[in-house]
Design a protein around this ligand. Structure first.
Ligand code: SF4
Length: 326
């Protein structure tokens, strides 16, 4: 065996035995040559199958309040700082959101995530959101997750009481890169919200976006911080450059870089639902199956916040074609 194969196998065995790999090992793993990439993906797949099983977590989301966000995240077409071409709207009426939750359930989707583009909800917004969650619980009966930006402890406790299972709040990028992509809030602000979520007893969904100009080691830095939070779910988005945003002309990541990142994140978060999110269809086209056989065990179906995606039936077909379950 080559030394790279030795390294991958020994890290895989370490993880399967219930131990964490060291930062130094993670640095070596993410740096293996392209010749060893398949071995790395296969090892990540083995960890996934043994520790998470064969089920792929399929989630659908709704952009419940779109655009005109007061924050300046440079990747985001919903920021009011940039002239983008998206349509915008205030918080959707409860009936529309409930209808979408119902459609998601009828499509066989397991969870439904309510996402709002704002810094965080006002008390009034939060009351409206609470009413919507109650309606979904009463009229649909699907697992509800939320992504409402910065929330305080009382809000987090209230969401838990309402039966919300998981709260999404991404770190977006590594600490060392964060100031390059956002100036209206800090990395620590995001960390703080994640701790509030965990303290309230909500499951944490926390991930980020790769391909924003960060280095490979900064991607790893993000992975290490995410692993430190031990989230139940970790969505990995791949930047799809949006017209009008500062990252409009960002060079796209290669497929091998995406596969390498997902695989190493699996080593770092062996039992987390590692969800390949925005950018999956755009970047991976016919290679989407490779990520689900290389460390990822979750997808978002039916489109994203500002861009479309595969239909649930297409995704369910893909999952069964590769011998996994939804
Ligand atoms: S990523 Fe979220 S907080 Fe940042 S601009 Fe977009 S909607 Fe606002």
């Amino acid at each position: 065996m080559t030394s790279e194969t030795d390294l991958i196998i020994s890290c895989r065995d370490k993880v399967l035995a219930g131990h964490r790999i060291s930062e130094e090992e993670a640095q070596k793993l993410i740096s293996v040559s392209d010749d060893s990439l398949q071995i790395l993906s296969d090892a990540a797949n083995e960890i996934t199958r043994k520790l998470c099983g064969d089920v792929v977590d399929v989630e659908s989301l709704i952009n419940a309040k779109k655009g005109k966000c007061q924050e300046d995240c440079s990747f985001c077409s919903q920021s009011a700082f940039y002239k983008t071409e998206i349509d915008t709207y205030k918080l959707l009426p409860p009936e529309t959101i409930v209808q979408n939750a119902l459609l998601a359930k009828e499509d066989g989707v397991k969870s439904f995530c309510l996402v709002c583009a704002w810094r965080g909800p006002t008390e009034k917004d939060f009351e409206q959101i609470s009413t919507i969650i109650k309606k979904i619980n009463d009229e649909v009966g699907i697992e509800v997750n939320c992504s409402l930006g910065f929330i305080n402890q009382d809000m987090a406790i209230e969401l838990k009481k309402l039966g919300v299972k998981r709260y999404n709040h991404n770190l977006e990028s590594s600490r060392s890169f964060f100031s390059k992509i956002c100036t209206t809030h800090s990395y620590d602000d995001r960390m703080q919200t994640n701790l509030i979520v965990k303290n309230a007893g909500l499951e944490l969904c926390c991930g980020g976006i790769i391909g924003m100009g960060e280095t490979r080691m900064q991607r790893l830095e993000l992975g290490l911080d995410l692993a430190g939070l031990n989230p139940e779910e970790c969505p990995i988005n791949i930047l799809v450059p949006q017209k009008g945003t500062p990252l409009e002309i960002q060079t796209k990541l290669s497929i091998s870089e995406i596969l390498r990142t997902i695989a190493v994140f699996r080593f770092l978060m062996p039992r987390t639902i590692l969800k390949i999110a925005g950018g999956r269809e755009v970047y991976l086209a016919n290679d989407q199956e490779k990520v689900l056989l290389g460390g990822a065990n979750g997808i978002i179906t039916g489109g994203y916040l500002t861009i479309g995606g595969n239909s649930p039936s297409e995704d369910f077909q893909m999952i069964s074609k590769i011998g996994l379950e939804a």
